[in-house]
Design a protein around this ligand. Structure first.
Ligand code: HEC
Length: 203
């Protein structure tokens, strides 16, 4: 009886639920219930934040390592969400990019929509002047200098920031453009921060 109820709930939440073993399905249902119980909608932080999209669901199901064909399909879907700048220019102002990269503000319940930081410092080393940085992502120190100051690389960085999951299906890097966390002009400023020869990243 108990198993039936759990399975019924899971079908509503995720189709993958019942394909897994009973133990795993039960743990997932418990975790889902705990999240729904403890997360309270407030300000701009609404309950839909708990919903996983198809990609997140599959990454959870395969513990961030889906079969190769599945990764290829999902990455193609993610690639389609990337909107390139209408004016064909990828670079903005690196000074503003530096501020965005070092700001972890935004998206919490007490924030207003828009004007978010990028939190890049939380995962990447970016410049020699940083007081602290996380190491979940690779160091981006000297990024433009090392890769080459080409238009192709500017476009790559723009797309990477816009939707990292177009390049690595279960990347832990947030989809800043696709999610609407950062605007086109903010992403351009970040591209300049990584790709301008005068930026502290490349000095
Ligand atoms: C939660 C951690 C996290 C945050 C926040 C994050 N990144 Fe990343 N980033 C990663 C990881 C991990 C990778 C390595 C590749 C992958 O897994 O996708 C990466 C890869 C990259 C790459 C590609 C590096 C290469 O060698 O080609 C660039 C460029 C980049 N990040 C820029 C940024 C910028 C700019 C920001 C802020 C807007 C940012 N990242 C925020 C985790 C993060």
């Amino acid at each position: 009886m108990k198993t039936k109820i759990l399975c019924g709930t899971l079908v509503a939440v995720s189709l993958a639920g019942c394909a897994t073993t009973k133990d795993e399905a039960a743990y997932r249902a418990e975790a889902d219930a705990a999240l729904k119980r403890d997360f309270h909608a407030r300000g701009i932080a609404t309950m839909d934040r708990l919903d996983q999209d198809e990609l997140q669901r599959i990454c959870t199901q395969y513990r961030d390592n889906p079969p190769f064909e599945v990764q290829q399909r999902l990455e193609a879907v993610q690639q389609k969400t990337i909107k390139l700048p209408a004016d064909g220019k990828y670079m903005g102002d690196w000074r503003s990019g530096a501020r965005i990269a070092e700001s972890g503000r935004g998206v919490t319940w007490s924030d207003k929509a828009g004007n978010n930081g990028g939190s890049c410092y939380n995962c990447h080393q970016l410049s020699a002047q940083q007081t602290s940085f996380g190491t979940l992502g690779p160091s981006l120190l000297q990024f433009g200098k090392a890769r080459g100051y080409t238009i192709e690389n500017q476009k790559y960085v723009y797309e990477r920031i816009y939707n990292s999951k177009a390049f690595n299906t279960c990347s832990t890097m947030p989809r800043f453009g696709t999610s609407g966390t950062l605007t086109e002009s903010q992403i351009k400023d970040l591209v300049a921060y990584l790709m301008d020869p005068n930026s502290p990243v490349n000095r």
